[in-house]
Design a protein around this ligand. Structure first.
Ligand code: GTP
Length: 331
């Protein structure tokens, strides 16, 4: 099976962490998010992946290359300008002659263990034009809901509905799809088109299906969800991502320097090249590559960007995000 992964977004909600590194390359424990995603897809029988790239494509291409290390065939479609999700998928498919086959499509920012094999099987069983994976949410009023009927056929899309409008529906688009070639007929060449708002609604009544999954699902696109993704991975909550220490609920790179008198607590992640000095205490915090956390610093739910420096005893507010290189003279 060939997959297209969307990796071209600007990632504005994660700025400044995404100023010089595309969102899909942000680490989850010791590896870029995309590496986990590629291994997960490989585990479901994907053999080739085309990245639909836009913002900073070279960061991705230079890291993964042709995919030989991961045992996958990787190619890169680079848009001349952002074409939005459907535009980007169609551009990548046309660039590599993939418009004649069934494709798996994934957002490049959703950490999940949903069962792609089951999604493909459901798609085939319904002989669907497209099948959307769905994930449940607690508060449906903040999202675009997908309403399905008999036989999992999609009946309607409800954008940020009231509770009354939502009724019993609680499922949203999980950012993973199986698409048949007909879908590309709805995307003119070179046009900027959004798949959720402009393509899927036009497919209602034309064998558009969806199935719900109740496993782990987290869109890493905000500070809070990115931090939580690392904490959940460190706690071993995501199938396929193994925490380094059983039951410790934290993850420390073997290439980090954590003083014996520092307390790296639950939900915290410290990456390669980072230093955490004596007396520092971390709760639910992510310290990216090469960052420095001085003595007696207390971090709760904080993200410390790559190469940033927090001076000894410096006060950092709960939930703060320290940008890459901030506080460092090397910046
Ligand atoms: P924000 O700017 O923070 O909203 O992030 P984003 O730009 O990544 O947007 P969003 O989270 O809505 O994108 C969902 C997925 O589609 C991500 O995997 C993006 O990389 C991808 N994506 C969004 N727009 C484009 C685009 O114009 N081209 C390509 N190739 N991918 C896109």
């Amino acid at each position: 099976m060939h997959a297209i992964i969307l990796v071209g977004g600007r990632g504005t909600r994660l700025q400044p962490l995404t100023d010089s590194r595309p969102k899909p390359m942000l680490p989850i424990l010791g590896a870029p998010f995309l590496e986990h995603q590629l291994l997960y897809l490989k585990g479901h029988g994907v053999t080739a992946v085309t990245f639909a790239c836009g913002f900073l494509p070279d960061e991705i291409r230079s890291y993964f290359g042709d995919g030989e290390r991961l045992g996958l065939e990787l190619t890169y479609a680079i848009e001349p300008e952002p074409l939005d999700t459907a535009g980007a998928i169609a551009f990548a498919a046309r660039e590599f002659g993939l418009t004649d086959r069934r494709l798996l499509v994934c957002n490049g920012d959703v950490l999940t263990d949903l069962d792609v094999s089951e999604l493909i099987a459901a798609h085939d069983a319904h002989d669907a034009t497209a099948t959307i994976a769905l994930t449940p949410v607690e508060d449906p009023t903040r999202y675009g809901l997908v309403r399905t009927g008999d036989d999992d056929e999609v009946l309607a899309f409800l954008e940020k509905p009231t509770l009354e409008e939502a009724g019993v529906d609680r499922y949203i688009n999980a950012g993973t799809y199986v698409l048949e070639p007909e879908v590309f007929e709805l995307v003119p060449e070179g046009a900027r088109v959004n798949i959720e708002r402009e393509v899927f609604p036009k497919l209602v009544g034309r064998r558009l299906h969806a199935i719900g999954f109740d496993g782990y699902w987290n869109d890493i696109g905000t500070f809070e969800s990115y931090r939580r993704a690392n904490a959940d991975a460190a706690a071993g909550r995501i199938a396929g991502i193994a925490p380094s220490e059983r039951n410790a609920r934290r993850w420390v790179s073997p290439d980090a320097k954590v003083a014996s008198g520092a307390d790296v607590g639950a939900g915290s992640v410290v990456l390669a090249g980072a230093v955490v000095e004596d007396g520092a205490e971390l709760i639910g915090s992510v310290v990216l590559e090469g960052a420095f956390v001085g003595r007696e610093v207390f971090l709760e739910d904080v993200i410390v960007g790559e190469g940033a420096r927090i001076e000894p005893a410096q006060l950092v507010a709960v939930g703060d995000v320290i940008g890459p290189g901030v506080g460092s003279t090397a910046r």
